[in-house]
Design a binder for this molecule. Structure first.
Ligand SMILES: *Cc1c(COP(=O)(O)O)cnc(C)c1O
Length: 345
């Protein structure tokens, strides 16, 4: 009796292949909640796509990906002295500080493979331009595979100048430059950068655009688990609230454990509605909060804030009430949701 993600496998995979075709050298990103699909599933899809390299978010995500993916694994979170790694050689590390690059260097044995991240306008992680002249002596201790540029989303399409600036800075500092890993470039930017720099291997790291598409390639549905007729004023639920009118309490699959109502879905454009949905996430909702569940063509109100694995919805008596076992459309954010099961058709 689960919250289910139904995936049109053929169309989903056709979409993946079209993205791969427009982003030569793509590094599929399989991280976090696996964009709703789970990381092991994404790593298996990347394997089927023929990827030689995937990126995971954290060191903790490496083992699950390595179980299904035969190629190389890059960790996007930069290495820090406190990360716990069983064996630091099989993965490709991201080094984003001079001190870490130094610490990663092995005096003996195989050199750890690293990508060196530079501090772009994102200002998340990376070595700043002013420190480029200190990198060269540290390269001896590692097997450096290239440079990483993580670029902002809102400026996608206008990244050319920033990438060119870094290429110029690396060359001016006399650093070896053969391979560049970029995040959030458009396919047009990638094509133009590759055309301008045939001597460089440019590899885009892509998650969202590869796995997600707002085009009914997949949909979330939840089973109706119970339906209880109620009269105005009847009490119900953990909080023993009174129902606002005659109708039904509909108990549906999906709750906070799945990520239901933890955050307002981004396409709830109306700010008041967003605020209400957000209030529910703290389980403090004073009034009503719009649920992501659709009944009779419209999203309905939560009767009370969602629980771990079920939610209670109030359906007024003038609306056709669903039956136990029916499945309702649920409007969820893919990167926020953990599904109980994923069904491919
Ligand atoms: C998550 C991440 C990506 C992938 O981002 P999407 O927007 O999902 O394509 C790329 N690069 C870095 C450094 C990331 O952390």
């Amino acid at each position: 009796m689960p919250l289910t993600l139904y995936v049109d496998g053929d169309r989903w995979r056709a979409h993946q292949r079209s993205v791969v075709a427009s982003f030569p050298g793509i590094v599929p990103v399989c991280k976090g909640n696996g964009y709703g699909f789970g990381n092991a599933r994404l790593a298996a899809e990347a394997q089927a796509l023929g990827a030689d390299l995937i990126a995971v978010g954290t060191y903790e995500e490496v083992p699950a990906a390595a179980e299904v993916f035969d190629g190389e694994i890059l960790v996007l979170s930069p290495w820090r002295p406190f990360v716990e790694i069983a064996d630091k050689h099989p993965v490709i590390h991201t080094a984003s500080r001079l001190a870490d690059l130094e610490a990663l260097a092995e005096p003996t044995g195989p050199k750890p493979r690293v990508i060196i991240e530079l501090l772009t306008s994102m200002r998340r992680h990376g070595i700043p331009a002013a420190e480029l002249d200190q990198i060269a002596p540290l390269l001896d201790g590692v097997d450096s595979l290239g440079w990483a540029l993580h670029l902002p989303l809102t400026t996608a399409g206008a990244h050319g100048a920033e990438v060119e600036r870094w290429i110029g800075l690396l060359r001016a500092a006399g650093l070896p430059l053969e391979r560049l890993f970029v995040s959030h470039v458009t396919s047009a930017e990638l094509a133009s950068l590759s055309a301008k720099h045939p001597e460089l291997t440019i590899r885009p790291r892509i998650g969202t655009a590869l796995w997600l598409k707002k085009d009914q390639l997949y949909r979330a549905q939840a089973h109706v688990l119970d339906v209880h007729p109620v009269k105005r004023g009847d009490r119900f639920g953990y909080r023993q609230r009174r129902v606002p009118g005659d109708g039904s309490i509909v108990v549906v699959a999906g709750g906070t454990a799945n990520g239901i109502a933890l955050e307002a879905p981004s396409h709830v454009a109306d700010l008041r509605t967003r605020a209400k949905v957000l209030a529910a996430s703290g389980l403090e909702a004073a009034g009503r909060a719009l649920s992501p569940y659709t009944i009779a063509g419209r999203r309905r109100w939560f009767a009370e804030p969602p629980h771990q694995q079920v939610s209670m919805i109030f359906v007024p008596s003038n609306i056709a009430v669903p039956a136990v076992g029916d499945e309702l459309d649920v409007n969820v954010g893919m990167t926020l949701t953990t599904f109980d099961r994923i069904v491919f058709s």
